[in-house]
Write a protein that binds this ligand. Structure first.
Ligand code: TMP
Length: 395
């Protein structure tokens, strides 16, 4: 493992602070990113026990965003058209935007966060509130293996990569399909999106790394789709190696080539990324400090885990950003970890409230810009660091 980036000491990205706890010392850990020369995997170096992050207080709900809901709906239609949906398993079902598109009798959700599992159970979906592992895979697939296993933005959160795929191999039917969806490392590097790294994102996958890892478990990628969610993700379609009925699509080679061409197999590429990240920090700090010196008001939009990485790395606090707006009820009236900036219940933006808006949820820029058209048309401005620090106004 070669360390290439140090994002400093960071609190747990989703541990939002209650006002009574503001004076308490927060637990912090060093956020360093490394590259594995053997299998090309990029991961964070110090990991946090899963129980501290994924528990009954987990604040992130996928259904909060229309972009995500519509992406899951479209995928479900495609799955029904192309694959056997007799029995489906979702690893990391969150509050159910994927499983809700399927027959309750044919789908099972795995969700270790009790608060989220409760939501899908209440709607009649079988939801197992446990962490994904080999024992669980054996138990739930004893009578019948799954024809389709789906997991989005979840496997990158699980440290034991060997356990993940051994368990999948156990639970997946020999003719079954595994579909994985996670942020793309290539897009992360191209966008200088260093905030894809935080305590929960142990890995940011590439096609070349996943191909190497899957080999060990007799699994192989037969198709890759590049999607726009979470700032650019890859959806990998995977089968068992000996299932020769499914042909490998051209897209796989195209993606492998594209990633090699960019240099995702070389440490020099990551070192160059680290240099761009340092420059991004410098430029964003300069931009925000200049606006503050001109007495401009800046608020934040979307108190994301990503904002936690950026704000702690750039050392921003409530002198820089007055408060954040967010739609997630669990986050409202709490404070962002580390920077301790207050999070308020979302209200449509107006020029009366603010001059500039830092786009914390930059991965939902299109959805947000549509919602805030009036603010933009009236001359309202957003600030983003993607792909480089700048001000965005009406186009
Ligand atoms: P994520 O980037 O980790 O998916 O989190 C997105 C956060 O942004 C989540 O807390 C909800 C918030 N959000 C808003 O407040 N307003 C919006 O319009 C959208 C799309 C997201």
């Amino acid at each position: 493992m070669i360390k290439f980036l140090d994002l400093g000491k960071q609190p747990l990205a989703n541990s939002f602070i209650k006002s009574v706890d503001l004076k308490k010392k927060e637990k912090k850990f060093r956020l360093s990113i490394a590259f594995n020369k053997k299998n090309y995997l990029v991961s964070i170096l110090n990991t946090i026990p899963k129980e501290m992050m994924f528990n009954e207080k987990y604040p992130y709900k996928s259904s909060e965003s229309n972009t995500m809901k519509s992406s899951f709906k479209k995928l479900s239609t495609k799955i029904k058209k192309n694959f056997d949906t007799e029995n489906i398993l979702e690893i990391g079902s969150n509050d159910g935007p994927f499983i809700k598109n399927f027959d309750k009798k044919k789908i099972v959700g795995i969700e270790p966060c009790e608060n989220l599992a409760k939501i899908t159970r209440a709607k009649g979906y079988r939801t197992i509130c446990k962490y994904w592992n080999i024992d669980l895979a054996k138990k739930i697939s004893k009578k019948k293996k799954f024809k389709l296993i789906y997991s989005a933005n979840t496997l990158s959160h699980i440290k034991d990569i060997s356990g993940i795929f051994k368990a999948i191999d156990i639970a997946l039917d020999d003719q079954g399909i595994l579909i994985l969806e996670d942020p793309s490392l290539l897009e992360c590097l191209k966008n200088n999106a260093y905030d894809q790294f935080y305590c929960e994102h142990i890995y940011v996958f590439s096609t070349i790394a996943l191909k190497e890892i899957l080999k060990k478990y007799d699994l192989e990628i037969f198709d890759v789709e590049n999607t726009k969610t979470h700032g650019g993700s890859n959806r990998y379609y995977i089968k068992k190696i000996f299932n020769s009925k499914i042909k490998i699509k051209k897209n796989v080679v195209i993606n492998l080539r594209k990633e090699r061409k960019y240099g995702l197999h070389k440490i020099t590429t990551y070192k160059a990324f680290a240099r761009r990240v340092k420059l991004s920090k410098f430029k964003l700090s300069k931009l925000i400090n200049k606006l503050i010196s001109k007495k401009k008001i800046i608020i934040g939009y979307g108190a994301t885990a990503k904002s936690c990485t950026v704000f702690n790395y750039c050392r921003f606090n409530n002198k820089h950003i007055k408060f954040f707006y967010d739609t997630t009820s669990f986050k409202i009236n709490k404070f962002l970890p580390g920077s301790k900036i207050e999070i308020k219940k979302y209200k449509k933006l107006t020029l009366k409230d603010t001059d500039y808006v830092y786009l914390g949820a930059w991965n939902f820029q299109n959805e947000i810009f549509k919602k805030e058209k009036k603010f933009l048309n009236a001359g309202g401005k957003f600030i983003t660091h993607i792909p480089f620090p700048r001000i965005i106004g009406r186009s």
